[in-house]
Design a protein around this ligand. Structure first.
Ligand code: KIV
Length: 259
């Protein structure tokens, strides 16, 4: 099993689609590691696992616990740690936190949300050897709504400029979240690093989804998600049958008992 490196990710641009999923736990990380190029320990875990209202509430210490587990459960994929809100407020804070995260979790890279505004922070980190993935378009940590971005000319121009600024700051890939198709296409053409789309069309160099969404565990499903399983239904049926069996004294049965 060959380890995916940043060089390999860069080489895939315009050639081979880059495959990515989120993981917060050992089991999902072990499975995703068999098939995905990149595993993201996304700050979406605040909402998905802990039921928080936004991704802004998750603490770096909680993320570190999940990051460590995910990294320890993988051998091949590149593991990216999503830096939580306010942990990269300026370049000094960002560097201190990035070093701490990489030391404690052993993850391969970090991800920062934002465009032009954080380009100097990204440059500061990458110049000091911290591998960074960018994130433009819809920015869950700071966007005022979760609506698709790039519908009007000025927004389109701004996001394109953001992507170029981030690309020129030394990132090895950029997540492009929830933007209209022709903008995703333009960004992908105009930046030198691979783009990884989520709700950003087939024109990106790779794709990422929140694993709980594509497995059918999440309650709300955005239009851009394809649901590959309905685990919520599978789990509910299993729980219902277990409870029924216990009540009917059908479980434990002969084969579940020690003698
Ligand atoms: O936190 C996350 O899961 C993400 C993805 C939506 C890309 O940033």
């Amino acid at each position: 099993m060959q380890k995916i490196t940043i060089k390999k990710i860069l080489n895939k641009k315009s050639k081979t689609p880059i495959t990515c999923l989120t993981a917060y736990s050992k089991t999902i990380a072990q499975i995703a590691d068999k098939y995905c190029d990149i595993i993201l320990v996304g700050d979406s875990l605040g909402m998905v696992l802990y039921g928080m209202k936004t991704t802004r509430d998750i603490k770096i210490e909680t993320m570190i616990l999940h990051g460590k587990t995910v990294k320890e459960s993988t051998r091949k994929s590149l593991v990216v740690f999503d830096m939580p809100y306010k942990t990269y407020a300026n370049k000094f804070i960002a560097y201190r936190n990035a070093k701490k995260v990489l030391k404690l979790t052993k993850c391969d890279a970090i991800k920062l949300e934002g465009g032009k505004k954080i380009a100097n922070i990204i440059k500061y980190l990458t110049k000091r050897g911290v591998p960074v993935m960018g994130h433009v378009g819809l920015l869950p940590q700071t966007s005022i709504n979760y609506k698709v971005k790039g519908k009007n000319f000025s927004e389109k121009e701004k996001i394109l400029e953001d992507a170029k600024a981030v690309s020129n700051s030394g990132v090895f890939a950029i997540i492009v979240e929830c933007v209209v198709e022709n903008l995703a296409k333009k960004i992908t053409k105009n930046v030198t690093v691979p783009t990884i789309g989520i709700g950003a069309s087939k024109y990106c160099d790779g794709q990422i989804l929140v694993t709980d969404d594509m497995l059918g565990l999440s309650e709300f499903l955005p239009r851009f998600v394809r649901q590959y399983s309905n685990l919520r239904k599978v789990i509910e049926k299993s729980v219902k049958n277990y409870v029924k069996d216990v009540k009917m004294r059908r479980f434990p049965s002969f084969k579940n008992v020690y003698r």
